[in-house]
Design a protein around this ligand. Structure first.
Ligand code: LLP
Length: 387
């Protein structure tokens, strides 16, 4: 996507505008398959639930990891068959379980003993189970993303995981063990530690044939060291490897286009844009730093360079896109916020009755409007009762 195309799309569909490059996502899935030739992928839908992206996942032979009835419904609608559906998450309420059963979901990851009791109470089905193990260490990522930390709500410590595995195995439906140690893992140092924890569990449970190591690769992570850490374990034991990447295949395929509404000069410049935390929550929630640049207009001299804050249009300080940036941006300029393909649209909100923007997908180089922008009428679409 070049600058002229971005300007044309921003003119045509307005801003803010999400762009999602499906060609890029296809290439990234290809790279995942090349790095882990033995693995089965269950794409973590929470990263980006785009219909077109899920259709691509379905066509590629990958499956989906889904944690809500909405994600599961999207995956089913995209044509992902039951044998490639994995139910995750620490909740798994009745409606999610009912839909999983209807879809013939092959696997669910059990996060607690109570979750097992709930599935069991539903009666027999074709779903088999992984036990989610809490590895009990912080993988050194942002605290919100460190799902493997001992005090996190996820999984069971190895002793309790073994006790639960024994119960599930007694019912003949134990399939294996699952660890997702955290997100934004830049290197593979966590993986040997995870496998050391899992080895005694696989030694003890003969019927356990699947090891699911979750997702978590940072978008710029080199996959080769992860593969080198994991593949010998899997091959020597004849296990099936499942991976649940969300961010790695999608992050750099997404961009958010936003226009500068005001440039406020002062000790620090504030660029007030038409997108902020409602369209991209990550900077507000995690202090995430996304690349931001001005999309230049040929022949138009750039605004004076300044250092400052790239801000959203809402009334709180957390509403920002970037801190301490150096930009030649003036009123009316178009900004491109990068790395928005993962946890961008999936975490949008209607905060302050903001409208969700349109989304354009790019496939074989050509843009398609994939989702229209919300209008104000969409805001009260679900209201009931007197007008
Ligand atoms: N599997 C499980 C069980 C997970 O909890 C997650 C992410 C994934 C797979 C996918 O992880 P990934 O490959 O995308 O790192 N909203 C946060 C990220 C939260 C990730 C939660 N779990 C963010 O914007 O950074």
């Amino acid at each position: 996507m070049n600058d002229a195309q971005m300007h044309a799309l921003a003119e045509r569909h307005g801003t803010p505008l999400h762009l999602l490059d499906l060609d890029r996502i296809r290439a990234r899935f290809g790279a995942l398959r090349a790095a882990f030739p033995d693995a089965e992928f269950r794409y973590a839908v929470k990263a980006n639930p785009s219909t077109a992206l899920l259709a691509l996942v379905a066509a590629s032979g990958a499956g989906a990891e889904t944690i809500t009835e909405g994600e599961l419904a999207r995956a089913v609608r995209a044509g992902i068959p039951g044998e490639r559906l994995l139910i995750g998450g620490p909740g798994q309420g009745p409606e999610l379980r009912r839909r999983a059963r209807d879809a013939g979901a092959a696997l669910a990851s059990l996060d607690s003993e109570d979750q097992w009791r709930a599935w069991r109470g539903d009666g027999p089905g074709r779903t088999r189970f992984l036990i989610r193990v809490n590895p009990g260490f912080d993988p050194g990522t942002h605290p919100h993303l460190a799902t493997g930390a001992a005090d996190s709500k996820f999984g069971l410590p190895p002793g309790r995981a073994a006790a639960l595995a024994a119960e599930v195995a007694a019912d003949g439906v134990l399939d294996g063990f699952h660890v997702h140690a955290g997100s934004m893992l830049a290197d593979a140092s966590t993986h040997p530690r995870i496998l050391d924890l899992l080895a005694p569990l696989f030694d003890r449970f003969d019927g356990a044939r699947t090891v699911d190591l979750g997702g978590g690769f940072a978008p710029d992570a080199d996959l080769a060291p992860f593969a080198a850490a994991v593949l010998p374990f899997v091959r020597s034991r004849g296990l099936r490897l499942i991976l649940e990447p969300g961010r790695w295949p999608t992050a750099d395929a997404g961009r958010l286009l936003t226009r500068v509404l005001a440039r406020k000069e002062g000790a620090t410049v504030h660029w007030i844009c038409d997108a902020g935390m409602a369209q991209l929550a990550r900077p507000a929630l995690y202090g995430a730093e996304h690349p931001i640049r001005v999309v230049p207009v040929p022949g138009r001299p750039p605004a004076p360079v300044a250092r400052g804050e790239v801000q959203g249009p809402l009334c709180e300080n957390a509403d920002r896109l970037g801190r301490d940036r150096t930009l030649a941006a003036g009123v009316g300029d178009l900004l491109e916020v990068g790395q928005v393909g993962a946890y961008g649209t999936s975490m949008e909100s209607n905060y302050a009755s903001s409208l969700r923007p349109a989304e354009v997908t790019i496939e074989h180089g050509a843009p398609h409007l994939a989702r229209r922008a919300e209008t104000v009428d969409d805001l009260w679409r679900h209201d009931v009762g007197p007008d």
